[in-house]
Design a protein around this ligand. Structure first.
Ligand code: SF4
Ligand code: SF4
Length: 159
């Protein structure tokens, strides 16, 4: 007799649990403006990340394809994960003198902990974080990026 009571009680609890769940579903079905969950990727175009979001390390370039990176290597030294590799080159100035310049600023995003030490310690404000948040790739090598664009040069006035 006791097992029969437990059985029937279990059925009622299950049905009640189902009713509660359906009530929540019904509440949001009839008042969709209360839904806080965002539908991704449907909202991809209008999705705005918060200001302090660190999506991906980038090196801003101006309209003349100029950046502020001198190739000093400070970000490479300060990065705790060995994420940054600076490959520099010598360039010849108009006065015949040689000067060190950036050849490649390599950023291995797969090794980045987004600590922002590189951004904070760069003496020339050459780095920042973008709001890009979609980083899924099939090949891990695609997470390795060269931050200075092809044919870019040092912005005038940055020494
Ligand atoms: S990004 Fe800044 S710290 Fe890094 S090499 Fe360029 S100028 Fe130096
Ligand atoms: S955010 Fe931190 S871990 Fe990432 S590259 Fe900069 S210093 Fe390295």
């Amino acid at each position: 007799m006791k097992s029969l009571i437990n059985y029937i009680t279990g059925i009622f609890k299950g049905v009640w649990s189902l009713v509660l769940g359906m009530m929540v579903t019904g509440k949001y079905f009839f008042s969709p403006w209360k839904i806080v969950t965002q539908q991704y990727p449907e909202n991809r175009k209008k999705l705005v990340m918060f200001d302090r979001f660190k999506g991906e390390l980038i090196m801003p370039h101006n309209a003349n394809n100029e950046h502020k990176c001198t190739g000093c290597g400070i970000c490479e030294i300060n990065c705790p994960n060995g994420t940054i590799e600076i490959i520099s080159k010598q360039i010849l100035l108009d006065d015949g003198k040689k000067k060190r310049a950036i050849d490649k600023h390599i950023y291995r995003m797969g090794m980045c902990s987004f600590c922002a030490l590189c951004v904070k310690t760069c003496p020339f404000n050459a780095l920042t974080f973008s709001q890009e948040f979609e980083h899924a790739v099939f090949n891990r090598a695609k997470l390795n990026k060269v931050l200075n664009k092809d044919g870019s040069s040092l912005m005038k006035g940055v020494e």
